[in-house]
Design a protein around this ligand. Structure first.
Ligand SMILES: Nc1ncnc2c1ncn2[C@@H]1O[C@H](COP(=O)(O)OP(=O)(O)O)[C@@H](O)[C@H]1O
Ligand SMILES: [Mg+2]
Length: 308
């Protein structure tokens, strides 16, 4: 399938939940409003000895202000590459990333800098993504220090507020990452990502490394934060079950491409693509939750064509 996220709209307009501020269907902007984050024909290639390897292949989707969109697909399908391009840790090869009217895909660093705070990322690995030498309070204050926000005391106060908000006790302020559990570390990562008051949080497998019960607590926290702040989420996972918990809309990726998109409930109930059906079967497999990749399920269903 070609054409990306916009070519197969399901009944997204009927999927909203009354009274819920986050119910606006992602992928379909509210009448009269432009999407807050619009990704169009995004291509990211890595240079390799065999030539460019296309990890993200003409991906398109839209995320409205305050909305949620999940991106699912098996390991290696290009999710983290997409995430890194969106926060501009990587420069895309081509395509557009339109953030509130400005295309940030190719913006030079000098012009990108004031926009960087608006899209933040929570990483998968709660062990590797936090500096083990800094205290929790220093970790959360660091983005504010780097952007020259406030004075030292103000930054420390804001970091303490954020750590409290994500559910850590005040005794956590001066402890370092090795002293925390995986779930607590992920809460610190969320607090750090929120420090600069972003409009969009890209959660790249943010709960994948956590036990199921801890995963549920972190998902609850993310939902509460969204209700409070109106932040938009791009929620990346390899597990469809998790996606159901956080996002009304889903984009399914395979081999760098979007193969299916629509309301999560509809995609789960009646997946149109063979690849999505295989992912769905995998979601019912408890081993999939712990990150075992069900490649054997997918071998017979991969779309035709080689990746350029
Ligand atoms: N720096 C790199 N150089 C070359 N290939 C890469 C690089 N990083 C990732 N890839 C390849 O790009 C593809 C997508 O990787 P990634 O975005 O990490 O997928 P996912 O997050 O879905 O597991 C994989 O085939 C991976 O091997
Ligand atoms: Mg990844």
């Amino acid at each position: 399938m070609t054409g990306g996220a916009e070519s197969t709209p399901r009944n997204a307009a009927t999927d909203g939940r009354a009274g819920d501020p986050v119910a606006e269907p992602a992928g379909v902007p509210a009448a009269g409003s432009a999407p807050f984050l619009g990704v169009e024909d995004l291509v990211v290639e890595y240079p390799t000895a065999q030539g460019p390897f296309r990890a993200v292949d003409r991906v398109s989707f839209r995320l409205p202000r305050g909305g949620s969109l999940a991106v699912v697909g098996e390991s290696g399908c290009g999710k983290s590459t997409l995430a890194r391009a969106l926060v501009r840790l990587l420069k895309p090869t081509s395509g557009r990333i339109v953030l509130d009217g400005t295309d940030i895909a190719t913006l030079p660093e000098r012009r990108l800098r004031p926009l960087r705070r608006r899209v933040q990322m929570v990483f998968q690995d709660p062990y590797g993504s936090l500096d083990p030498h800094l205290t929790a309070q220093q970790i959360v204050a660091e983005p504010l220090r780097l952007s020259g926000t406030g004075d030292r005391a103000e930054r420390a106060r804001r970091a303490a507020e954020l750590l409290d908000r994500v559910g850590l006790p005040s005794s956590a302020l001066h402890r370092r990452p090795p002293e925390f559990s995986g779930g607590q570390r992920q809460r610190i990562g969320i607090a750090r990502a929120l420090a600069s008051r972003p409009d969009v949080l890209v959660c790249d497998e943010a709960t994948s490394a956590l036990d199921v019960s801890v995963q549920a607590q972190v998902l609850d926290l993310l939902r509460e934060l969204q209700a409070e702040t109106g932040i938009a989420y791009l929620f990346i996972a390899h597990n469809l079950g998790v996606v159901r918990e956080i996002s009304a809309e889903v984009v399914v990726m395979h081999a760098g491409r979007v193969v299916e998109t629509g309301p999560t409930a509809a995609v789960l109930a009646a997946p149109a693509e063979p690849y999505t059906r295989a992912l769905r079967r995998a979601a019912l497999d408890p081993t999939a939750i712990r990150g075992v990749k069900p490649r054997h399920l997918l071998a017979a269903t991969a779309p035709e064509g080689t990746r350029t």
